[in-house]
Design a protein around this ligand. Sequence first.
Ligand SMILES: [Zn+2]
Length: 142
Amino acid sequence: MRWRPETSKESSRRSWRQRREARRAAGKKPRKPKHQKACAEQVGSAPSSTIWDMAHHCVKCGRVLTDPNSQRHRVGTDCIKRYGSQARTIHNPEFAAWTARWARAETDRVAQQVKFDAEYQRQHAAYVEALDRWRRVRSGAL
Ligand SMILES: [Zn+2]
């Protein structure tokens, strides 16, 4: 509900001097509280969930692999001709760690937001009360 200026009937009961005094006594209008938004801790972007399973020995003949491409295909240059690529992907442990970090950050953010919400509710209730009092003082009722 909007506050409307005092009615003429009310104001006629007081002199302009009394009304000026009432305005002065009321002081500044109470400030509306701000609702804060919690920020999550930075966890960076998600790493890929899977990675190449690198082999340092040929899975077919056991020879040492030095070429990064051969390591990814898990076979040597001769064996790849015979057996084809043996490349496979595995779960990225970094991804699980990142997911855990993200979940923790999100939990913290939600907890902080709950605190902010409670603080806002408290401040807003105080503001409504202060504003009501300010209006009454300003209108000369108090
Ligand atoms: Zn081989």
